[in-house]
Design a protein around this ligand. Structure first.
Ligand SMILES: [Zn+2]
Length: 451
């Protein structure tokens, strides 16, 4: 089985590639980068990427697929469909399902359901503690053998420093990254939004930035004590980012991710009490968002991850303080990143590919991914930086519709997703764009982009 992605512009920071090359995938793996003059190898299917960016497949480190247990919100198959429609060739599934992924049986089930869906690669994350209840460590070694790629109690913090220390020491023994949901619950109890001017004005109980920052500082300190690999999930405050920056300066194995809603929206978006603006950590004030943009630009932030968290419409229809936390995000992340980060000049196109592919592969040790080197998996995300499109939540591939981005128009999108050499998603506009690009106009713009 051969696939030639021809006439595209290849952006692969893992090997310093930034050039017009054809990409050949054979039997699921990258066979090599070919000069355009070399023509089409015998028997190869051709995907014409004229005017488009060809990047190593995007990897989302943080999704909630809800299966097993909450299939009315999402299944692994519907989540994977939303993933590839958003440009993600791989997703890492958080363990807060029912039952929690704290055993090899659940791990294997998730992997099998992912394979059955045959869309994105689905990599399970095991829980840190049994039932994610913070009391007793999970069987990380057995889950590691079954296929987990990291451990986390995401959705809940690990409540005590003592337990987190033991978790880090244990995870380190299995070479597993600990993914950290930073939230001091004694400061956040009953909170529905960021604590500040807007929470006072709207009469909602606040979740102070300090709640995230205290845990971030604690766990960076524990990363130094234990030598473990620690990844801070959905960083949303200036102080948490400062903790990561200090840890990196000290040479610790600390990384972090940011979710698109945390830099695309401010806490004042809660003003209409739309429960699709409620998530944990909450939307922050302008000063925190400015800090996140600095962190994206200066390299402190390693990855963009969606924290895709589907909920049924009936659940989100509750009063603001009663509604569950979380929004969907798989189909809007890449568009938001182009529109709000790349086109605004905050980050370059290469940096976008690092944040969504190269770095995520490194953070979870996903071998032969996040790169288009010869022999790597043939996972590819094809991007159109100029495509203008409007997100219509009613047409989402996800089972749930809880998004604050319904009706948003964005410039830039993923237009095809390829997993192990198989085209698993093709944007309806893909052919039309190619025709427009025939005059060379789009292509020239694309090349200017990467400078
Ligand atoms: Zn979380």
């Amino acid at each position: 089985m051969r696939l030639l992605i021809s006439n595209g512009y290849l952006v692969d920071p893992s090997q310093g590639q930034n050039s017009g090359k054809n990409l050949l995938i054979e039997d699921g793996r990258v066979r090599g980068l070919l000069d355009k003059s070399e023509g089409v190898p015998e028997g190869a299917e051709v995907l014409d990427a004229t005017g488009l960016i060809v990047a190593p497949g995007f990897i989302d480190l943080h999704v909630h697929l809800r299966e097993p247990g909450h299939e009315y919100k999402e299944t692994i198959a519907t989540g994977a469909a939303a993933a590839v429609a958003g440009g993600w060739s791989s997703v890492c599934a958080m363990p807060n399902t029912d039952p929690v992924n704290d055993s090899p049986a659940v791990t294997r089930f998730i992997i099998e359901q992912g394979e059955r869906a045959g869309l994105a690669n689905v990599f399970p994350i095991g829980s840190i503690t049994k039932g994610s209840n913070g009391a007793e460590l999970s069987e990380m070694g057995e889950m590691r053998q079954a296929g987990i790629v990291a451990v986390s109690d995401d959705g809940r913090p690990v409540p005590s420093a003592g337990m987190m220390r033991r978790a880090m020491e244990y995870a380190r023994g299995f070479d597993l990254t600990v993914v950290d949901h930073c939230e001091d619950r004694t400061l956040c109890a009953g909170g529905a939004m960021h604590e500040g001017r807007w929470s006072l004005r709207l009469g909602l109980r606040g979740m102070p930035a300090a709640a995230e920052e205290m845990d971030a500082a604690r766990d960076c300190t524990l990363a130094e004590l234990t030598g473990a690999r620690v990844h801070l999930a959905h960083v949303s405050t200036r102080g948490a980012l400062a903790a990561v920056r200090r840890a990196k300066e000290r040479g610790l194995k600390v990384t972090c991710e940011v979710a698109p809603h945390h830099w695309a929206l401010f806490d004042e978006a809660v003003e209409g009490y739309d429960t699709n603006t409620k998530m944990s950590p909450p939307l922050r004030s302008r000063d925190h968002v400015a800090a996140l943009l600095e962190g994206l630009s200066d390299g402190t932030i390693d990855a963009i991850a969606t924290d895709h968290a589907p909920h049924h419409a009936d659940e989100k229809a509750l009063e603001y303080d009663q509604a569950p936390f979380g929004i969907t995000g798989l189909e809007t992340a890449v568009g938001l990143a182009f529109d709000r980060l790349v086109h605004e000049g905050t980050i370059s196109l290469e940096r976008l590919v690092e944040l969504c592919s190269v770095n995520p592969a490194r953070i979870f040790n996903l071998t032969d991914r996040g790169t288009l080197r010869r022999g790597a998996w043939g996972d590819v995300t094809i991007l159109d930086p100029e495509l203008q499109w409007t997100f219509d939540a009613a047409r989402s591939k996800s089972k749930s519709r809880n998004t604050p981005f319904d009706g948003w128009t964005m410039r830039g999108a993923a237009v095809a997703t390829i997993v192990a050499g198989r085209i698993v998603y093709r944007h309806p506009e893909l052919g039309r764009q190619r025709d427009q690009a025939a005059d060379g106009q789009t292509k020239r713009e694309v090349i200017n982009f990467s400078s």
